[in-house]
Design a binder for this molecule. Structure first.
Ligand SMILES: NC(=O)c1ccc[n+]([C@@H]2O[C@H](COP(=O)([O-])OP(=O)(O)OC[C@H]3O[C@@H](n4cnc5c(N)ncnc54)[C@H](OP(=O)(O)O)[C@@H]3O)[C@@H](O)[C@H]2O)c1
Length: 300
């Protein structure tokens, strides 16, 4: 039996479904049993637990052959790093108490750094807490920038006729679809080809800049000249807060963006067959972005 945290989320849902397709038993974790019913209908065992509660997480992990560990983002938290540390501490205590032998964690490019990377510092902390557990085999999947982050551009394009963000237009980033992360994590759990403590990067299909993102989106939505404009922090910060982030989280996102722009936060592995994943940004845009863009357009 495998345990999947964040099972209703982007990556966890893919991990759970991929494992279920292989005929394995899967216990899926989320805060609400109700939100887990569709996975239960596919054969998973639903288990409601808050990842800040070490006793509940221990119960969830007992008897598992391995677990997919993801740090939930509580974007409205007034102390985001404090929340992340509470989750990491609870998970590490539970992994230890349950005697788990294998975990695959969702980490990020930049999790090697101890400071200056915003929310990614929480993933560094999670890696460290798990690395301190004797006898545990832990694989930290350091994923690139999620393609799903660019779905936030839908409203911006509709309002302003351009894509806007804090990243440099020419900065090439390893962008990855969360589908690819979920599949890679499920395969790692099934194969268990990792020993002791390891980090592996997942870099998507290719590196791509925000200018290219705007070009690809523009072509797909019939606005071939769609530009991308880098906005200053004074404009991005209130926009992030308006989207529901706490001021603390908005500051951490800006810190991470600066770390990406400066190269402080970057992939360390050369691109290879192992760290390259199949979904191109063009495929993501036609399968995920365009349907949502069309939907909100029609509703507007
Ligand atoms: N965005 C990026 O570019 C990027 C890059 C690398 C790494 N990451 C990392 O990716 C992670 C997010 O992964 P994701 O996108 O797969 O997640 P997601 O779609 O945001 O889903 C979060 C999941 O966590 C569950 N959850 C939320 N709070 C919880 C709590 N207190 N206790 C238990 N479960 C809780 C949610 O389920 P319920 O609501 O049903 O409880 C949901 O299933 C973050 O750690 C982020 O740092 C992001």
């Amino acid at each position: 039996m495998y345990v999947v945290t964040g099972a209703t989320g982007h990556t966890g849902s893919v991990v759970a479904k991929t494992l279920l397709k292989q005929g394995t038993k899967v216990r899926v974790i989320g805060r609400s049993a109700e939100r887990l019913t569709s996975l239960a209908a596919e054969g998973a065992e639903p288990f409601a637990a808050d990842l800040t509660d070490p006793a509940a997480v221990t119960k969830a992990l007992v008897g598992a052959k391995g677990a997919y560990i993801m740090m939930p983002p509580d974007l409205a938290s007034p102390d985001f790093r404090g929340f992340q540390n509470r989750v990491a501490d609870a998970i590490a205590a539970a992994v230890k108490a349950a005697g788990l032998t294998h975990v695959v964690t969702l980490s990020s490019v930049g999790a090697d750094k101890t400071e200056g990377t915003g929310p990614v510092m929480g993933l560094h902390y999670l890696e460290q807490q798990l690395n301190a557990i004797d006898g545990l085999n832990a694989l930290h999947l350091r994923a690139g920038y999620f393609m799903e982050n660019t779905l936030g551009q839908i409203g911006v394009i509709q309002k302003m006729g351009m894509a806007v963000g804090p990243l440099r237009p020419d900065l090439k980033l390893p962008m990855i679809a969360t589908q690819d992360i979920g599949e890679a994590a499920a395969n790692a759990l099934l194969i268990q080809d990792f020993r002791q403590k390891q980090a592996r990067e997942l870099l998507g299909q290719r590196d791509i800049s925000m200018s290219e993102v705007a070009q690809i989106i523009g072509k797909a939505i019939g606005r071939p000249d769609l530009p991308y404009v880098q906005a200053p922090n004074e404009q991005v910060r209130p926009a992030l807060i308006q989207l529901g982030m706490s001021p603390n989280m908005a500051d951490l996102i800006l810190e991470m963006s600066a770390a990406l722009n400066s190269g402080h936060m970057r992939a360390l592995e050369p691109r290879s067959a192992q760290n390259t994943t199949p979904t191109s940004y063009e495929t993501f845009v036609s399968e995920e972005f365009v349907p949502l863009y069309g939907g909100t357009s029609a509703a507007a």
